[in-house]
Design a protein. Structure first.
Length: 152
């Protein structure tokens, strides 16, 4: 079974309608009732939300752990990712492969992991950044659970 998910970008509309449920009452945001209001300059509260990076979750086997000198990255043989999208957003899929993962998100640790461990890994693809692939979570699979490679 392949479990892969892709998180797309977040759009920005002029008026965000965010439902707030309080005792069964819908509360809309103020300033969206059609009356004109002053146009504030960009601030942390009014600036466009930051675009999210495409994120995928798949199963894999650890092929190599990073070296202390940084010359070798975490490398994993992962299952096919059928909904993988290229830089333009077109879904092109990704075959199973051994792939390097040079980035680890803050708080992600490889302590306790070893070459040969079967894992579930979630990673982001940051098309315009270095490193391009960043592991955001990794966990060992249950005993007997393994990734499926080669159509099997």
């Amino acid at each position: 079974m392949v479990r892969a998910s892709r998180v797309g970008g977040i759009g920005n509309s002029g008026c965000l309608l965010i439902p707030v449920v309080m005792a069964g009452i819908f509360v809309g945001p103020s300033g969206c009732d059609g009356r004109s209001s002053p146009k504030p300059g960009p601030t942390a509260a009014t600036a466009a939300p930051e675009a999210r990076h495409p994120t995928y979750t798949t199963r894999a086997v650890i092929e190599a752990l990073p070296s202390a000198d940084g010359k070798r990255f975490l490398s994993m043989h992962h299952e096919a990712i059928p909904d993988f999208a290229d830089k333009s957003g077109k879904v092109v899929g990704m075959k199973e492969m051994v792939m390097p993962f040079p980035g680890l998100a803050p708080g992600v640790s490889l302590e306790g992991f070893a070459v040969g461990d079967a894992v579930e890994v979630t990673f982001e693809v940051r098309w315009n950044e270095v490193p391009r692939t960043v592991v955001t979570s990794i966990r060992k699979l249950a005993e007997g659970e393994k990734p499926k490679f080669g159509g099997g």
